[in-house]
Design a binder for this molecule. Structure first.
Ligand code: ZN
Length: 240
């Protein structure tokens, strides 16, 4: 089984009727509902849980963490962010969705501003598949469309992706690197742009397929217990 933890700040859904109508139980529950299957077991965690629901016990029992946040990035305690970062370096996979581009955890793992340009006018988005051979693109055609999405455009202040999987094109004419992967330590990282809270993006079958595929890709077979530096080795001595 792949153990997934879906983390959501769970703020818009409590205060904005439009968002509440689309995701009555929260974006995290909507994602958990389509992810859960015979191969994947899902737990959820939110900002208001003790320690944001991201204790050492939870992270040690998580193969892949999914992160959705927007207006309360700053309320995530630094020690929780550091704990998650250490888990990624040890080998936990992490998927950042939409406005998680400005989460403390993403910016810390990237080391750059992660800034972008945006417009919330319900543009149609066409998401082009750059590498159809990649496991995250499995089952997709040349592109898929999202009827309404917040426009995100370049320049996106990220380090050069190790692989660019998707390019988003909007009817306003802009383009954006919508699907990017990196490794940090032993952990795999996927950023996926769709998912503005006032649109029905997480009910889109292609968006769901990408996230399902990404969970399977991001689970690492290699994970260490400690990030301590190994001791000095003498010639021929086994590393302890
Ligand atoms: Zn948004």
């Amino acid at each position: 089984m792949i153990k997934v933890t879906v983390w959501n700040e769970f703020a818009h859904e409590k205060t904005d009727e439009r968002v509440k109508n689309i995701y009555p139980n929260g974006i995290h529950k909507a994602i958990a509902d389509f992810l859960q299957d015979d191969e994947v077991t899902v737990r959820t965690a939110t900002l208001d849980d003790p320690e944001c629901g991201l204790t050492d016990d939870v992270l040690n029992d998580t193969d892949v963490l999914i992160w959705w946040g927007h207006m309360r990035h700053g309320d995530v305690p630094d020690e929780v962010v550091e704990r998650c970062k250490q888990a990624v370096l040890k080998g936990m996979g992490v998927i950042f969705l939409h406005s998680a581009h400005h989460s403390k955890l993403f910016k810390s793992l990237m080391g750059t501003t992660c800034n972008l340009c945006w417009r919330e006018e319900g543009d149609k988005e066409r998401v082009w598949v750059c590498d159809p051979s990649h496991p995250i693109a499995k089952g997709l055609g040349k592109y898929f469309e999202i009827e309404h999405e917040e426009m995100y455009s370049e320049p996106f202040g990220i380090p050069e992706p190790e692989k660019l999987l998707f390019i988003g094109w909007y009817e306003g004419g802009e383009a954006f690197r919508s699907g990017c992967i990196w490794h940090r330590g032993n952990g795999k990282i996927f950023y996926f742009q769709p998912g503005h809270e006032t649109y029905r993006t997480y009910y889109n079958p292609s968006v769901q397929l990408v996230i399902k595929n990404a969970v399977r890709w991001a689970k690492s077979d290699y994970r260490v217990d400690t990030l301590d530096c190994p001791h000095v080795c003498k010639p021929g001595e086994e590393e302890k």
